[in-house]
Design a protein around this ligand. Structure first.
Ligand code: ZN
Length: 296
């Protein structure tokens, strides 16, 4: 092996003719490789150019196949976004109050929604999970009409008489029922009877507890005049007004409540719209900021 290699080397390098042939063979090989590379490169170049140029033309002319041409993973079809609840009112300047309705949806809620629509008012509903499950069409209409919807426990249990784990499990089931009915992710929760503590609030992660500072006592009096007087006379800028869409007299009182509050210079908005920034979870609120001034 050692001798053989030496002999070949000597023969190869020893002959001028052999060196010429070897050089020519190397040149031919190099030219061949270069040509092949060039041809391959030229073959690739136009193909890329065509794709890049034609794609935008096809995008403009034929919008439908864009997703196919892009060859991107298909986007999951998004849930319909909740309708905007933005009132366009700056409640730090203008005095706002929020009408809230608990315990439904009930047999009266459709009539209440009709009346809110006639009056041009956006409100906030706190539905129980059981009633949301029983009347999903009404929950969907609440959201479609631009109202805000939160949960009110599954079956109106006093959360302080439950373990935090059970209370929050009920709250999650209620949010599920609202989501299934309307697509809305209900992060607001009104504890039944206003009964809560910080342990429950911490346990129900992601929830904002919404209480109230004006109680119309509609659940107790069932009296149109008294309901109206409480709502109109007890409100201050930022007030959250408690009513119930299970009480027929509350629906009867609504036109007087709305006109009385408007005469006092209040804008009627959802609970979220009382605030200029999104409501952070993990807090309990009894009213919005007291900053707005009633319109003359
Ligand atoms: Zn209630």
């Amino acid at each position: 092996m050692r001798l053989g290699s030496g002999s070949v080397l000597k023969v190869t390098l020893g002959s001028r003719a052999a060196r010429w042939h070897a050089w020519r063979a190397s040149v031919a090989l190099a030219v061949g490789v270069l040509s092949l590379g060039l041809v391959s490169f030229m073959a690739l170049l136009p193909a890329e150019g065509v794709e890049e140029e034609s794609a935008p033309e096809e995008t403009v002319a034929l919008p439908a196949p864009i997703d196919v041409e892009k060859d991107e993973p298909p986007e999951p079809s998004p849930e319909p976004p909740p309708p905007p609840t933005g009132s366009g009112v700056d409640c730090s300047v203008v005095a706002c109050v929020a009408l809230t309705f608990d315990d439904g949806p009930s047999a009266h809620t459709g009539a209440l929604l009709d009346r809110l629509e006639e009056l041009g008012v956006k409100a906030t509903f706190f539905d129980t999970g059981a009633n949301a499950r029983a009347r999903p069409d009404t929950v969907r209409r609440q959201v479609e009409d631009g109202h805000l919807v939160g949960g009110h426990s599954w079956n109106h249990a006093d959360m302080r008489k439950q373990t935090p784990a059970t209370a929050c499990s009920d709250a999650s089931r209620t949010a599920d029922a609202i989501r299934e009915a309307s697509g809305l992710d209900a992060s607001l929760l009104r504890p039944p009877y206003g009964s809560w503590n910080t342990g429950i609030l911490r346990a129900c992660r992601g929830k904002t507890f919404v209480l109230w500072d004006v109680d119309t006592m509609d659940w107790s009096t069932h009296d149109v005049t008294k309901i109206t007087d409480h709502a109109v006379n007890d409100s201050k800028p930022g007030s959250i007004i408690l009513m119930h869409d299970t009480v027929a007299e509350t629906i009867d009182a609504l036109p007087a409540v709305v006109s009385g509050l408007r005469q006092k210079g209040y804008e009627l908005v959802t609970v979220a719209d009382l605030f200029n920034t999104p409501l952070a979870p993990g807090q309990a609120i009894y009213s919005g900021p007291r900053t707005g001034v009633p319109s003359p």
